[in-house]
Ligand binder design. Structure first.
Ligand SMILES: [Zn+2]
Length: 467
């Protein structure tokens, strides 16, 4: 080794963090260019949506998607491809309907909630009581609720604060003797598009049938009731839960050139609901993360650490894929240097949510240690490599359902942030279809995933060790 090279290497080793943007500028530009020219990622997403279709757990479609995805990873040249067995819920919707019986007879635009029990064959006919909050329900008490169908019609305050009515409303209503639960669809904007989504029955509480009604029909029922008219509804749902089915997480990677046991994992979930095409939720997430890794491979880049893409199964109804992956990793979780999840659709990307907010305290509601300010600053530096395409902004609070078991055990977590302009309007509905994906936005998502995952896998330091 000549002296000049030695000096150069020494300088490179002690280079301060601020140099990350200089160090990775050329490679980032290559990745961005490749992503913006790429059509293969969208072609794969189109195939998944149009030729395989939606992918509820237990379905033939989901197994077809898993087999196809593993083959596509192989074609892309990824290594160590695995389909990890996972047991998943097997719920079948069957036929379903809800009919308003007065003052007009009208078929309601509804959709049963995932994992709901069905009604008796003849359905349930009952008066409807309306609650705009859980306090409302409690105030009505057993006297007014027993034997009735409860309609939760809460004000829309965004997905996070409002979704609790969908997930826990059925059991809260059942505790007071309700015979079924309806909930206004979880969205702010609706074109008569009801939203499914999972519910969680509380243990020891009677399981009652539960369905979403469209925003429009929830409003209609509320208007009629406000005039003092007793609303009556007939609800019929064939939904059944079968014994758990076999499914798989799909895993592939680019092996690290120097530190192969250290891993940057990125991915989304391969299952979807049984409606629409699971295009934004979460076909776009798995195809964009996969394409980011495929482009790194295509360009012949060899990051120091391993980059692994995972398509988790059963995110929508149990999280059993995420739990199984955590078990598979075992004690090696300490060598997961970052986990990136994309599960918010492929609208225009803004950057990433990261860690616990770059400083004090622990992540709220989890046992995860806080990420350091130095780590947050470093991720912000990496984000600057994406300024040219107006992405890469880093905001506090990263994560997602599939990587939460990793984050809880100290892995720095990232969630892809997008404009989210319409995601909640589409997901879990018949409208979650391929035509909603804007090719340029999808490519930008691929670009920011490729740059972030590559730099995290290649830079000298690990985020969790930065003080
Ligand atoms: Zn999702």
């Amino acid at each position: 080794m000549n002296k000049r090279i030695t000096v150069f290497l020494l300088l490179a080793t002690v280079a301060p963090a601020a140099d990350i943007t200089t160090q990775y500028k050329a490679i980032s530009q290559k990745l961005i260019n490749a992503a913006l020219e790429d059509t293969e990622g969208m072609a794969r997403l189109e195939f998944l949506c149009d030729r395989i279709g939606n992918r509820v757990t237990g379905s033939v479609n989901l197994q077809r998607a898993i087999t196809w995805a593993a083959a596509e990873m192989k074609k892309a040249g990824l290594e160590n491809i695995q389909t990890q067995p996972v047991k998943v819920p097997h719920w079948i919707r069957g036929k379903e309907s809800a009919t308003l019986l007065g003052p007009v007879t009208k078929s309601l635009t509804m959709m049963g909630l995932g994992l709901s029990v069905g009604t008796p064959k003849e359905g349930i006919t009952a008066d409807v009581v309306i609650a705009t909050s859980f306090e409302d329900l409690t105030a009505m008490g057993r006297e007014k609720v027993a034997g009735k169908i409860v309609l939760f019609n809460p004000e829309w305050k965004g997905y996070g604060p409002t979704v609790t009515y969908r997930t826990t409303g059925a059991s809260k209503a059942a505790e007071l003797g309700a015979v079924a639960m309806l909930v206004r669809s979880m969205t702010g904007t609706s074109l008569q598009s009801p939203h499914t989504g999972t519910l969680q029955y509380a243990e020891g509480t009677k399981k009652i049938p539960a369905a979403a009604v469209s925003v429009e029909d929830a409003a209609l029922i509320a208007r009629i009731a406000r005039g003092g008219t007793q609303v009556r509804v007939h609800l019929m749902m064939e939904a059944v839960q079968l014994p758990d089915a076999d499914s798989h997480n799909v895993i592939g990677e680019i092996r690290g050139s120097e530190l192969p046991n250290e891993v940057v994992v990125l991915g989304g979930h391969i299952d979807s609901w049984d409606v629409g095409q699971g295009a934004n939720d979460d076909g776009s997430g798995i195809m964009a993360t996969f394409q980011a890794v495929a482009l790194i491979k295509n360009l012949g880049l060899k990051p120091r650490r391993t980059i692994r893409v995972v398509f988790w199964t059963a995110e929508e109804n149990s999280g059993s894929g995420a739990k199984a992956y955590r078990e598979l990793v075992g004690a090696a979780v300490k060598d997961h240097v970052a986990a990136i999840e994309m599960d918010g659709g492929a609208e225009k990307p803004l950057g990433f949510g990261f860690g616990s907010g770059g400083g004090a305290g622990r992540r709220r509601g989890s046992g995860a240690p806080a990420t350091s300010q130095a780590a947050f600053d470093r991720v912000t530096e990496i984000g600057k490599l994406l300024e040219g395409i107006d992405c890469g902004k880093i905001t506090p609070g990263g994560g997602g359902a599939d990587i939460s078991p990793l984050i809880t055990d100290g892995v720095p977590g990232f969630g892809v942030a997008t404009s989210g302009a319409h995601y909640n309007d589409w997901h879990h509905t018949q409208a979650d279809t391929f035509d909603k994906i804007v090719p340029r936005d999808f490519q930008l998502n691929v670009a920011q995933l490729a740059v972030m995952s590559y730099v995290l896998a290649d830079m000298p330091e690990r985020l969790d060790q930065m003080k």
